[in-house]
Design a protein around this ligand. Structure first.
Ligand SMILES: Nc1nc2c(ncn2[C@@H]2O[C@H](COP(=O)(O)OP(=O)(O)OP(=O)(O)O)[C@@H](O)[C@H]2O)c(=O)[nH]1
Ligand SMILES: [Mg+2]
Length: 335
């Protein structure tokens, strides 16, 4: 018996003693833990809570190597500070902007790249991809070869960014290796580092993702979770808004336009979400949720973690009502 066998899907240490604990498998002969087996075969899922301390320890250990790092970001869930990861990892790093397919086709790759270039972010290169649509994956591999100085390349980023899906895609496209990492629409699928050999010159190392504790996904039920996660190209919804009017997104968020000239709000959210506009603010709907007030400058996005963003064209004051534990912030408009 090999006591140090890890699950090939998520990296957790396998054990056959406690069915309630992570890494359980009926037999240590198996390559997958029971959780991965169930995700792969039944689309079933058991939520695992990961602490970000473990994640940060992994990042720090990546920082002690000379290996190239791919930092994978979900374009719909860009964190407030994409350079934060640099605190732990000084390595050569490519910023990989994933899930291009969920943004409207009219949004050009060049525009997205320029947005980050203007922020003077410390990355070797910025590459926009869609793993789902196999877009720019060939180019990404070329650039990996160009920058790598060792055989190992780490893949890091927030949970759900699509790290494991990307590695599976690279394996499928360029390798005879038939193993597959576990992927799922829910956070914290990958639980430990997993090495995947593409060829003699390239081994990709998957890592667990950083958990966004302030993401809307943590505060909704299964049905709503399905609704808020966009699977297809987003059709943005634009509303001409006057002072005193309000916008409601399901029963999750209310945005009141408190002060300012006639304005335009464009919502980049999953198409499945119901949006309502109130022409006057006499309605009290959702006003029992926690309120925050923002002063918006010219062309800014209100980003709601795990949900999407709202582009606001002109300066003004908005009041946002939603769960107090969900993160939100303003940024220069992405689109
Ligand atoms: N639309 C779209 N969805 C994608 C793309 N890449 C990944 N996904 C989806 O994003 C979800 C998360 O993918 P994973 O590969 O499990 O993400 P991860 O970064 O490995 O997540 P953790 O292991 O939890 O940290 C899955 O539902 C994928 O199908 C993409 O390019 N476009
Ligand atoms: Mg993963």
């Amino acid at each position: 018996m090999n006591p140090e066998k890890h699950c090939m899907g998520c990296g957790i240490l396998l054990q056959d003693e406690n069915v309630l604990q992570e890494g359980y498998t009926t037999s240590l002969e198996n390559d997958l833990c029971q959780r991965c087996f169930r995700i792969k075969n039944y689309g079933d899922y058991q939520v695992v809570t990961k602490s970000n301390e473990e994640y940060i320890e992994i990042l720090k250990s990546v920082g002690t190597t000379k290996d190239l790092v791919l930092y994978v970001v979900d374009l719909l869930n860009i964190s407030k500070d994409v350079t934060e990861i640099r605190k732990y990892i000084p390595n050569k790093m490519i910023l990989v902007l994933n899930k291009k397919d969920v943004l409207p086709k009219s949004v050009k790759e060049e525009k997205l790249k320029k947005y980050f270039e203007d922020m003077e972010v410390p990355f070797e290169e910025i590459i926009v991809i869609s793993t789902e649509k196999n877009q720019n994956i060939d180019y990404l591999l070329k650039r990996i070869k160009f920058y790598q100085t060792t055989n190992q390349v780490y893949v890091v980023g927030h949970t759900n960014a699509g790290k494991s899906t990307l590695i599976n895609k690279l394996l499928k496209n360029y390798s005879t290796n038939t193993s597959e990492l576990t992927i799922s629409p829910l956070p914290s699928t990958t639980l430990n580092t997993v090495k995947m050999e593409i060829n003699d010159y390239l081994t990709l190392i998957d890592t667990p993702g950083f958990v966004d504790t302030g993401s809307m996904v943590n505060f909704v039920d299964k049905e709503m979770f399905k609704k808020i996660s966009p699977k297809k190209e987003i059709k943005p919804k634009t509303y001409q808004i006057k002072k005193g009017q309000a916008i409601l997104i399901e029963d999750l968020v209310r945005i009141d336009y408190v002060e300012g000239e006639r304005n335009s709000f464009t919502l980049y959210l999953s198409n499945d979400l119901k949006v309502k506009r109130f022409l006057n603010n006499r309605h009290e709907d959702l006003k029992d949720l926690a309120k925050r007030t923002y002063t918006v400058k010219y062309e800014e996005d209100l980003v709601i973690s795990g949900l999407g963003f709202i582009k606001i064209v002109y300066p003004g004051t908005i009041a946002v009502y939603m769960n107090k534990d969900v993160d939100a912030f303003l940024r220069k408009s992405l689109i």
